[in-house]
Design a protein around this ligand. Structure first.
Ligand code: FAD
Ligand code: NAD
Length: 401
C-alpha cells in the first residue's frame, strides 16, 4: 500500500514546529513528510528587528532548515509555492514542480499590510522576512556612506511607521544600533534623527496606560521624535508625507503598520475570509477533511466576534495540536479541538528595556528585557535543543555587526 503523503507549506514557526512534532509522533514508515519553504533557512521572525538595525549576527536570526530537521524523517524542498490544486491534491511550485499530498498543512505566514497607501509598496522598507530586514540594514549603511559624500542630512533621518509592538521593537534597536554604526562608518551620530509616526494617540495603544507611559518615556530618552495621532499618507524615494501636509525629508521609511495573511492563499481554491483561511476548531480549513492551516495565514475564531491575533505564540500552540490532529486523521482516530491559552506578551525596546503583560501583571524595565530573552531562548531550545542555543550565541558570525 502507498504511504500517505503529508505536505507542509512554510517553515516558519507553525510549519517547522509541526514537522518536528510529526518526526516524534509518526511511527517509522507510517507516512512521507515533505516540508516546503521559499528559502533554505528558517528565520526567527520575532527577532527580525535586530537584523534590520544590525544588532544581531545573521546566524542568530537565520538557520539552515536541513540542520533543524531529521532528513531521514522529513524531506525538505526549497521552493516557492504558487498555488494549490485541491481537486488533484497537488501543490504547485514556481519552478514548475508539482508535489502531491494526502494531507496538507498551509502555514505560509504573513505579508505586510500597506492599506494601498501610495508609494509604500515601492519605496518603504518592510519588516517581512530575513531578506527584507537585511535590505533595511543595507539601506542604513548605504545612507551613512552617501552622507559622507553629499552631506545631505535627510539621509540620516530614519522614519518608523506604526507604533505597535513591531514599531516599538525596531525603534529600540535603531536607537541602540545607530550610534555604533555611526562610529564604525565615521558619521556624527548627533546628525541622526529617528522619527516615530503612529496613527493612534500613543504607541502600543492596546496596552495599559502605565505601559504606554513607560514605553513613551524610554523612546523619548532615546531622543526619538514622536508624531502621534498622525497617519502616513504617502512615501516617495526622498520624503514621507503625513496627514496635515507635514513632510519629512528622508530616504528610509521602515513600515510596521500591521500584517495580513500571505496573498498566495488566494490561489489555493479554498475559502478565504478577511484575507486568511478560515479554520475549524480542529485547525482544518473550513469544509476540508485533509487540509489544515495554522499561524498568520489562518483565521481562528476564538468566539463569535473575535479572532486569534497573528503571533508566534498562537502559531506555536497551534503547531502542537495540528501535528497530533494530522496523525489522528491519517490513523482514523478522533481529532482534538484547539483551545488557546494566552501566556502574555513582552516587547523589547532595545536590549535593556522591555514592556509586557503576563496575566494581570505588568512588566517593564530590565526584568521584562530578561523575560523576553528567556522566551526567545525557550523557542531555540524547542527547535534544536541546548546545542542550538550555544551555536546561535557562540558560533562564528558571518556578518560584522
Ligand atoms: P512565518 O513565521 O511568517 O513563516 C512563514 C514561512 O513561510 C516563512 O518561512 C516563509 O519564508 C515561508 N513562505 C512564505 N511564502 C512562501 C511561499 N510562497 N512558498 C514557500 N514558502 C513561503 N509574535 C509573538 O508571539 N511574540 C513576539 O515577540 C513577536 N515578535 C515579532 C517581532 C517582529 C519584528 C515581527 C515582524 C513579528 C513578531 N511576532 C511576534 C509575530 C510572529 O513573528 C508571527 O505571528 C509568526 O512569525 C507567525 O508564524 P507563521 O508560522 O504563521 O509564519
Ligand atoms: P499592529 O497592527 O499591532 O500595529 C500597527 C500600528 O500601526 C497600529 O498601532 C496602527 O495604529 C499603526 N498604523 C496603521 N496605519 C498607519 C499609518 N498609515 N500611519 C501611521 N501609523 C499607522 O502591527 P505590528 O506591530 O506589525 O504587529 C503585528 C503582529 O505581530 C501583532 O499581532 C503583534 O502582536 C505581533 N507582534 C508581537 C510582538 C511581541 O509580542 N513582542 C512583537 C512584534 C509583533
Amino acid at each position: 500500500m502507498n504511504k500517505p503523503k503529508i505536505v507542509i507549506l512554510g517553515a516558519g514557526y507553525g510549519g517547522i514546529i509541526t514537522s518536528k512534532k510529526l518526526e516524534k509522533l509518526l511511527k517509522s514508515g507510517e507516512a512521507d513528510v515533505t516540508l516546503i519553504n521559499k528559502h533554505e533557512y528558517h528565520y526567527i521572525t520575532t527577532q527580525l528587528h535586530k537584523t534590520g538595525a544590525g544588532t544581531a549576527a545573521d546566524r542568530q536570526i537565520a538557520m539552515e532548515i536541513p540542520e533543524l530537521i531529521n532528513p531521514e524523517k522529513t524531506n525538505f524542498i526549497k521552493g516557492s509555492v504558487t498555488g494549490v490544486d485541491v481537486k488533484k491534491q497537488a501543490v504547485h511550485l514556481e519552478d514548475g514542480q508539482t508535489v502531491k499530498y494526502d494531507y496538507l498543512l498551509i502555514a505560509l505566514g504573513f505579508d505586510i499590510e500597506t492599506f494601498g497607501i501610495p508609494g509604500i509598496e515601492e519605496h518603504a522598507f518592510a519588516i517581512r522576512s530575513f531578506r527584507s530586514t537585511k535590505a533595511i540594514y543595507n539601506q542604513i549603511i548605504r545612507q551613512l556612506n552617501q552622507y559622507k559624500e553629499d552631506k545631505d542630512s535627510s539621509r540620516l533621518t530614519f522614519v518608523v511607521a506604526g507604533g505597535g509592538f513591531t514599531g516599538v521593537e525596531i525603534l529600540g534597536e535603531l536607537a541602540e544600533g545607530l550610534p555604533k554604526l555611526c562610529k564604525k562608518y565615521d558619521v556624527p551620530f548627533e546628525e541622526v534623527k529617528i522619527v516615530a509616526v503612529e496613527a493612534a494617540p500613543s504607541v502600543i495603544p492596546f496596552f495599559p496606560k502605565e505601559s504606554i507611559k513607560y514605553t513613551t518615556e524610554v523612546l523619548e530618552k532615546f531622543n526619538i521624535d514622536m508624531y502621534m495621532s498622525t497617519k502616513i499618507v504617502e512615501c516617495t524615494p526622498r520624503k514621507v508625507v503625513l496627514e496635515n501636509d507635514i513632510e519629512i525629508p528622508t530616504c528610509t521609511l521602515i513600515w510596521s503598520c500591521g500584517v495580513k495573511g500571505n496573498p498566495i492563499i488566494q490561489n489555493c481554491g479554498l475559502p478565504v475570509e478577511k484575507g486568511k483561511l478560515p479554520i475549524d476548531s480542529y485547525l482544518r480549513v473550513k469544509g476540508m477533511k485533509n487540509i489544515f492551516s495554522i499561524g498568520d495565514c489562518s483565521l481562528f475564531m476564538k468566539d463569535e466576534k473575535n479572532t486569534l491575533p497573528p503571533t508566534a505564540q498562537v502559531a506555536l500552540h497551534e503547531a502542537d495540536v495540528c501535528a497530533k490532529n494530522i496523525v489522528a486523521a491519517l490513523r482514523g482516530g478522533s481529532l482534538k479541538a484547539f483551545e488557546y491559552h494566552h501566556k502574555g506578551s513582552v516587547a523589547s525596546i532595545g536590549n535593556f528595556a522591555a514592556v509586557g503583560k503576563v496575566g494581570n501583571f505588568r512588566l517593564s524595565g530590565l526584568f521584562a528585557a530578561f523575560m523576553k530573552q528567556v522566551i526567545e531562548a525557550r523557542y531555540l531550545l524547542n527547535l534544536g535543543g541546548p546545542s542550538l542555543i550555544i551555536k546561535q550565541h557562540f558560533g562564528v558570525s558571518k556578518e560584522p555587526v
